[in-house]
Ligand binder design. Structure first.
Ligand code: CTP
Ligand code: MG
Length: 228
């Protein structure tokens, strides 16, 4: 079933320390955000992409979209101070579909096969996220003193895309704004309204490029895929 994609791309990439938006860095000779956009470009179910951007990147991004023949960007919307604000701005622009997928432009290794089950789960349940079982043991601490070891078998590392009925996503963002609540992902805004969010198992390759080491992992994933 068809959906629209909301791609927050308006960050500054401070932790990457590249001196510019990390999404403009190239891996395998292609800018990070173009890798991400290609997945949606090639998914026939995706009917439009809403890109939240920083106005200072607009010109460069427009040139790259043209160069790489990305045609599905329906609008470039000005991002906000935090990711949450960027998503909300772009979500308001989506229209005419029941379900939207919110996906970090900084996760270029998402694959098309994961989009359909996620979209389906959101259509049925209202909200769904991709996640992978946690590999590390997680402990809580007070300062440097451990207070609790969490039961790993029920812990998930949550990724994007996160899929929502548009009405649920907009309501959750509106309420969060009203309450001055800032979450680290979109699902948490829906969860705090007491609504169900379903987990769909994702892939360990679907990393978010955050710090410089992630570029090495990214190059390795590109190499693995090009050998297939
Ligand atoms: N993002 C956004 N608007 C913001 C902040 C982030 O659209 N105000 C986007 C980023 O461009 C990225 C995604 O949200 O695609 C995830 O954010 P993150 O990995 O934190 O990227 P940055 O905020 O750019 O990096 P940093 O936090 O290190 O500055
Ligand atoms: Mg950030």
């Amino acid at each position: 079933m068809s959906y629209q994609a909301i791609l927050p791309a308006a960050g500054q990439g401070k932790r990457m320390g590249a001196g510019k938006n990390k999404l403009l860095l190239e891996i395998g000779n292609v800018p990070v955000f173009i890798h991400t956009l290609r997945v949606f470009e090639n998914d026939p179910e995706c009917t439009g992409v809403f890109l939240a951007i920083n106005p200072q990147d607009e010109e460069e991004m427009r040139v790259l979209l043209k160069k790489h023949q990305i045609t599905k960007v329906a609008a470039m919307v000005e991002g906000g101070k935090e990711r949450q604000h960027s998503v909300y701005n772009a979500a308001k622009a989506a229209s005419g579909v029941e379900v939207v997928l919110v996906h970090d432009a900084a996760r270029p290794f998402i694959t098309r096969d994961l989009l359909q089950p996620l979209e389906k789960a959101a259509r049925e349940k209202g909200a769904a996220v991709l996640a992978v079982p946690l590999k590390d043991t997680v402990k809580k601490a007070d300062g440097n003193l451990i207070t609790e070891t969490l039961e790993r078998s029920c812990l998930w590392a949550v990724q994007t895309p996160q899929a929502f009925r548009v009405s649920s996503l907009l309501e959750a963002h509106r309420k969060a704004e009203e309450d001055s609540f800032l979450g680290t992902d979109d699902a948490s805004l829906v969860e705090r309204l007491g609504k169900e969010v379903v987990i769909v198992e994702g892939s360990y390759d679907n990393i978010k490029l955050t710090t410089p080491e992630d570029i090495y992992f990214a190059e390795a994933i590109i190499k693995k895929r090009s050998n297939k």
